[in-house]
Design a protein around this ligand. Structure first.
Ligand SMILES: NC(=O)c1ccc[n+]([C@@H]2O[C@H](COP(=O)([O-])OP(=O)(O)OC[C@H]3O[C@@H](n4cnc5c(N)ncnc54)[C@H](O)[C@@H]3O)[C@@H](O)[C@H]2O)c1
Length: 369
C-alpha cells in the first residue's frame, strides 16, 4: 500500500518544488491515475487506456457516489488496474494514491449542473476543493501532468456566440460552471508556481452507454414509468453540441499526449465539441422513435428557454484550436446523439445488478436509426 510522504501540517515547500518535480522519465509508459474512473466517461477512458499494451499501470480513485462497480467489471482480472475507493475530500488518504504517478486524468466532480441548485456547497467542494486536493497531492508526490475535464459551461450564457478558448472573462451562470472556472484557475496557478503541466479540455455534452445523468438518462427513466407521455424541461429549443463518449475519450487521450509535450510550468486549453448543436426536441423525438414509440408517446414541452436556472439555452463552441493541434471529432452533434441513443438502448438489457432505476421501458420495440 501507499504511504503519505508529507503529512498534513508539514510546512509547505514553496516555489522550490518546481525544481523538485522531475520530468517523467517514462513519458511513453506513464503511470496513470484517473479520478472519477468508475464514472460514465472515466470508465470508457479506462477501457481505452487498458487496451494499450504499453500502459504499465492505471489507478482509479473514485468514491463511487455516481461511479459504478459494473463499469469496471470487464477489467477485474487485469493486474495493471488498481482501484481505490476513496473520497478526494479526504486529502490524507487520497493523496497517498498519487505516489509514483506521472499523469493524472482528473474527472471526479459533481457531474450534474442541476444539483448545485439544491446544495450550493456541492460544486465548491466537489469541483474546486477536490481539484485543489488533486493538485496539492500531485505537487507533494511529483506527479507532473494533469488533464482536466472542464466544460463549455465556463463561458456562461453568451447566446449564439461561437465561443473560443480566448473568450473572457468567463462568466458562468451555474455553480457547476463556476466550479470549473475555479478549478481551471487553480490548475493555471499550480502549473506556473510549481512546474506542473496541464491540459484543460472544455467538453460539450457527452452522451453514450453507461450514462449516469443528463437528458437521455432522464427521458428514459420517465418513459420507463410512463411511456404514454414524456414531459421535457424547458421549451425543447435548448441547443448544445453533443459528443459520443468514445470520441471524447480519444480526445482525452490526445490531451494526455499534448500534456507530455508541454514544458514544465505550462498549460493549455482546448474546446472539444463539434460545430453546431442539437436541440432537446431532436433528442426527445429520436429517443421516442428508436424505442418504437413514435405516434404513441405524447412529448410535451415547458415554456422556459432553459431547462432549469443555470441551464445555458444555446451553446456553440469553436474547436479550431484542437483541430489545428491534430485532433478532429469524427461526427456531428446530431450523429453523436443518434449513435449514443442506439448504444444506450443496446446496453440497457445487458446491465446486471444495476442499483438505479434506469431501464428499458417494458413495451419498447427497438428501431435502429
Ligand atoms: N457528461 C458530460 O456531459 C460532461 C460534460 C462536460 C464535462 N464533464 C466532466 O467530465 C467529468 C466526468 O463526468 P461524467 O459525466 O463521467 O460523470 P460521472 O458522475 O459518471 O463521473 C464522475 C465520477 O467522479 C466520482 N466522484 C465524484 N466526487 C468524487 C470525490 N469527491 N472523490 C472521488 N470520486 C468522486 C463519481 O463517483 C463518478 O465516478 C466531470 O468532471 C464532469 O464535470 C462531463
Amino acid at each position: 500500500m501507499y504511504r503519505l510522504i508529507v503529512e498534513s501540517g508539514e510546512r509547505f515547500p514553496y516555489a522550490s518544488t518546481a525544481k523538485r518535480l522531475k520530468p517523467s522519465t517514462k513519458k511513453n509508459r506513464p503511470v496513470i491515475l484517473v479520478t472519477g474512473g468508475a464514472g460514465f466517461i472515466g470508465s470508457h477512458l479506462l477501457d481505452a487506456l487498458l487496451a494499450g499494451a504499453a500502459t504499465p499501470e492505471v489507478r482509479v480513485l473514485d468514491n463511487f457516489s455516481s461511479g459504478r462497480r459494473e463499469h469496471l467489471a470487464q477489467h477485474k482480472n487485469d493486474p495493471r488496474l488498481k482501484v481505490f475507493k476513496l473520497d478526494l475530500l479526504d486529502f490524507k488518504k487520497a493523496a497517498a494514491t498519487f505516489k509514483g504517478v506521472d499523469r493524472v486524468f482528473h474527472l471526479a466532480a459533481n457531474p450534474d449542473a442541476r444539483w448545485g441548485i439544491d446544495n450550493t456547497r456541492l460544486d465548491l467542494e466537489q469541483e474546486t476543493l477536490v481539484t485543489y486536493h488533486v493538485l496539492e497531492a500531485m505537487r507533494r508526490h511529483g506527479a507532473a501532468q494533469i488533464v482536466f475535464a472542464s466544460s463549455g459551461t465556463v463561458y456562461g450564457d453568451v447566446g449564439a456566440t461561437v465561443t473560443r478558448e480566448t473568450l473572457g472573462p468567463a462568466l458562468p451562470i451555474s455553480l457547476y460552471g463556476a466550479g470549473k472556472v475555479a478549478s481551471e484557475a487553480l490548475i493555471s496557478a499550480f502549473c506556473a508556481t510549481f512546474g506542473l503541466r496541464g491540459v484543460i479540455l472544455r467538453f460539450g455534452n457527452i452522451v453514450g452507454e453507461r450514462t449516469t445523468h443528463g437528458a437521455i438518462y432522464d427521458f428514459l427513466r420517465r418513459l420507463a414509468k410512463n411511456s404514454a407521455e414524456l414531459k421535457v424541461l424547458g421549451n425543447g429549443r435548448q441547443s448544445k453540441p453533443y459528443i459520443y463518449v468514445r470520441d471524447i475519450v480519444d480526445a482525452i487521450v490526445f490531451g494526455g499526449e499534448k500534456c507530455a509535450e508541454l514544458e514544465a510550468g505550462r498549460f493549455d486549453v482546448f474546446n472539444v465539441a463539434p460545430d453546431g448543436g442539437t436541440t432537446v426536441r431532436f433528442i426527445a423525438e429520436e429517443l421516442v422513435a428508436q424505442l418504437g414509440f413514435k405516434g404513441r408517446t405524447k412529448i410535451s414541452y415547458g415554456t422556459t428557454a432553459g431547462g432549469w436556472p443555470g441551464d445555458v439555452p444555446v451553446s456553440r463552441m469553436d474547436s479550431t484550436k484542437l483541430r489545428n493541434a491534430g485532433f478532429v471529432l469524427p461526427r456531428s452533434s446530431d450523429e453523436a446523439v443518434r449513435l449514443a441513443i442506439r448504444r444506450i438502448l443496446e446496453w440497457l438489457p445487458q446491465r446486471k445488478n444495476a442499483k438505479d432505476d434506469l431501464r428499458l421501458p417494458k413495451d419498447a420495440k427497438l428501431i435502429s436509426n
